[in-house]
Write a protein that binds this ligand. Structure first.
Ligand code: OOG
Ligand code: MG
Length: 271
């Protein structure tokens, strides 16, 4: 159903933020904004994302970091887009490592293997890889749950940005602050994601922009471009190193990351 076409001049950021935020809150799939006739520019898509974060913060959520998306070829190919994206992570999205997440919270969730950075210094703007590294307190293996609020998990780049980049949940394994030579130490780590003990995705941290540190530098850059700072204490998810896999009720998901260790959670059995 393509209704009226809304030009970029007519976009109501507040109204669209409520649409995507309600869909997320109620675990309800909606039609892509672009299919509903909203021709959002990328700038407007980030405004919708920002406004829906404002709504969530007003409900008591706290921002704890940001996620980078489409930092690997595997993900760009899986989803048919070719630009890096980013969005906020809040405390509400956090799943205790080894814990359980409720199947009912999601529309059609998928999971993907990632690497997380914990900042000890603020980062913003153009930084060298060495400067990005100097701002990091610790690194951990991580799993991100993505759950597009759009029908059939289909979207344009603007649609997915407006929808908080599909981000829905994340879990983080034990933080490692002593992983030897930080600069080389995480460049090319084997990453195996398992469902109930069976490998479902096998990749390498090198899949993340050829070197996950580049994703952290990119996070600083995009934050700076948006006039924001990633404060000390922030978590930065570097993006998936492999394609995502559809979750199912009751499944136990585990990421084994060379040198960094394990991150895992279980999905509840559902109704
Ligand atoms: C968008 C989110 C992409 C990643 O790690 O590349 C992302 C999606 O695939 O729905 O989180
Ligand atoms: Mg991701």
């Amino acid at each position: 159903m393509t209704a009226t076409t809304h030009t970029t001049e007519e976009i109501n950021v507040h109204a669209l933020a409520k649409v995507v935020d309600d869909a997320a809150k109620n675990a309800n799939a909606i039609e892509q904004l672009s299919e509903q006739g909203y021709a959002l520019s990328l700038t407007q898509a980030y405004q919708v994302q920002d406004q829906s974060l404002v709504n969530r913060l007003a409900r008591g959520e706290k921002q704890v970091g940001i996620k980078m998306g489409f930092t690997s070829r595997a993900k760009m190919i899986q989803m048919g887009v070719d630009d890096m994206i980013w969005g906020p992570l809040t405390d509400d999205m956090f799943i205790e490592e080894g814990g359980e997440t409720s199947w009912e919270k999601y529309v059609h969730p998928r999971v993907e293997p990632e690497i997380a950075f914990l900042l000890k210094k603020p980062l913003s703007g153009n930084v060298t890889l060495a400067e990005a590294m100097a701002a990091v307190e610790a690194i951990a293996p991580a799993l991100e749950i993505i759950d597009s609020r759009y029908d059939n998990f289909k979207f344009s780049l603007e649609d997915v940005v407006a929808d908080n980049c599909s981000s829905s949940g994340f879990t983080i394994g034990a933080w490692q602050s002593n992983i030897g030579d930080l600069s080389e130490g995480i460049r090319n780590l084997g990453m195996v994601m398992e469902f109930d003990g069976q490998a479902v995705e096998i990749g390498s941290s090198a899949g993340i922009l050829g070197n996950p540190w580049r994703s952290l530098a990119a996070a600083a850059r995009v934050a700076g471009e948006a006039g924001k700072v990633l404060p000390a204490g922030s978590i930065v998810l570097a993006g998936a190193s492999t394609a995502a896999q559809a979750l199912k009720p009751g499944v136990h998901v585990r990421l084994n990351c060379e040198k960094l260790g394990v991150a895992e959670f279980t999905v509840s059995k559902g109704a």
